[in-house]
Design a protein around this ligand. Sequence first.
Ligand code: ZN
Length: 267
Amino acid sequence: MKKSMIAVGCCSMMLAGFFSCNRVQDVATDLLISDEEEIKLGRQYKAQIEADDDEYPLYTAKTGYSDDVVDYIDSIGQNIARHQDDRDIEFTFTVIDNDSVVNAFAVPGGFVYIYTGLIKSARNEAEIAGVLAHEIGHITNRHGAKQMVKQYGIDLLLDVLVGDSSAIRTVMDISSGLLFLNYSRENEFQADSCSVEYLVKTGYNPSGMKTFLEFLADMGGGTAPKLLQFLSTHPPTDERITAVARIIGRKSSDVRSRSIPDVKYTP
Ligand code: ZN
């Protein structure tokens, strides 16, 4: 009897961690990699990503790109970033020109990327805001930095920071994919939870995150490889929808009935 009560205590605590935006202390990352160092590592990734025109073609490099789209994404992202108070760093939002990829990702240090395919698929601004808030949540919780420490070890990362060329080649090799993006389930649920909290603080109807997940689930859940990358790099959508719905359900009816702005600018 006693044993099962302990088990319940342990699991509900674990669930609370799963579904809460509160940052979980990670001594290795928090003590050994400062904000400045994380930003420095992130800038090196950013340079690698933006030099790879085939895999990550920048929307601003496209002939006839629209400043309105760039400004629109930046203004949504910056607005959310200003309203969260979990982490005081600068955020950058960059659009990648690929209509067949419905995805967004966050690089350590405050760099968020969103594909034109996702902007076009989103039905309204609250959905785009939901995705950007999710990526901001990965950064405020240092998920990428923690993953890098786990993947490469602190010594190798410090070698990168002092400019060791072989360490840079190993860690910054983006040709095999962005390895630090293999977030855990806990990380994904936490970023979803942050997304809801940040949307509420910014003034959005938080249902954007939920309706976008539902939209992805309706599209067939990961059967079209490139199209649904957002799903393949994230845990089962049904579980995420349930978890997000539960968090939204706890918000006031005023928050839940906020009007939802339509998408104004499409690439
Ligand atoms: Zn994520």
